[in-house]
Design a protein around this ligand. Structure first.
Ligand code: AMP
Ligand code: MG
Length: 316
């Protein structure tokens, strides 16, 4: 059985011994292991049932440490790191040999991020290695935003979950890469494109992919509940149904039982909605409903990333 606690020293001991540990971040909870230890990295893939072609994000706590395992930080990447780290932004940078190929699924770049969570920053500060950490959920399912979500899903395989409270952003990081000086977004996420563009100018967005995705957040079916999810069109209402659930932005639909509905943000705040998205989807998935309807969010700020998640959750 897993232990849920708040002791970074206990977490550090498990990690130093090559174990995996659940860690809080502002985006979602991560399943962390020593990024420089291939056995620990293999354990992450095994526990998550994650295909080996799906590379992991490496987490650390300073730009100085990042330089130890990346070969180069292009100027726009540096500007973004200065502006947004610690924060929900992952940069794809050329890797040094120190990072095992297993971590990057053989790619020449490594995904790097400094997470914005006080407990995890304290933990990273204690360690003399970076942490590889994908989201702490079985591959393809909804990402965890509380320690309890991690314990519920992976508890029997993870000795310790560091409890840092509910995730403050609630969406996975935005992933951005740099090819010949051009910045490209590979996954929409917790850092809004508008904010990124305010620092480095226009970026291109390439979040759709075929069978061998560069970022599995790019797979068409991902982040999905077990119940079928139907993403409505803007302005569309679901047909009345006693056995349906609904995820709505500001207010419940008529025709669906109120106790089968979850409101993301009564005041229409997209950041609040993002924080609630995955927990509400989990709750809806556990209700006695046969189908979950989801209302699309406005296409601005974190609304883009939430619509992306709902689209992928709606593909069976
Ligand atoms: P997760 O933390 O479960 O959301 O997964 C990490 C995400 O980062 C996955 O979608 C990976 O494919 C993506 N990622 C990690 N490394 C790379 C890389 N070198 N190139 C492109 N995407 C990456
Ligand atoms: Mg994931």
């Amino acid at each position: 059985m897993t232990q849920i606690g708040t002791d970074v020293h206990v977490a550090a001991e498990f990690l130093e011994a090559g174990n995996v540990v659940g860690i809080p971040t502002e985006t979602v909870y991560g399943l962390a292991g020593n990024a420089l230890n291939p056995d620990a990295v293999l354990t992450i893939f095994r526990v998550k049932n994650r295909p080996a072609f799906d590379p992991l994000i490496v987490h650390t706590d300073s730009l100085q440490k990042v330089r130890q395992f990346v070969a180069d930080i292009p100027e726009p990447a540096h500007q973004l790191a200065q502006a947004f780290w610690p924060g929900p932004l992952t940069l794809l940078l050329p890797k040094r040999d120190l990072i095992p190929d297993l971590v990057t699924s053989g790619l020449p770049t490594v995904a790097v991020r400094i997470p914005r969570h006080p407990l995890t920053l304290k933990l990273l500060h204690l360690l003399n290695f970076p942490l590889a950490a994908p989201s702490a959920n079985p591959f393809g399912y909804i990402s965890p935003t509380t320690a309890q979500h991690v314990a519920d899903q992976l508890g029997d395989q993870v000795p310790y979950v560091l409890d840092g409270g509910p995730a403050s952003v609630g969406l996975e990081s935005t992933i951005i890469g740099f090819e010949e000086g051009q910045a490209t977004v590979f996954r929409l996420g917790g850092m809004a494109i508008e904010q990124i563009e305010a620092v480095i100018g226009p970026v291109s967005v390439r979040t759709h992919s075929t069978s061998n995705p560069k970022a599995p957040g790019m797979l068409s079916s991902h982040y999905a509940p077990r119940k079928p999810l139907i993403l409505l069109q803007p302005g569309e209402s679901p047909t009345p149904n006693n056995r349906a659930g609904a995820l709505v932005f500001r207010e419940p639909f008529g025709g669906i039982r109120e106790d089968h509905q979850r409101v993301l943000s009564p005041t229409g705040d997209l950041n609040e909605a993002a924080k609630n998205l995955f927990a509400h989807l989990r709750t809806l998935d556990s209700l006695p409903v046969d189908v979950i309807y989801a209302e699309p969010l406005p296409n601005q700020g974190l609304g883009w990333a939430m619509n992306d998640r709902l689209r992928r959750a709606s593909v069976q």
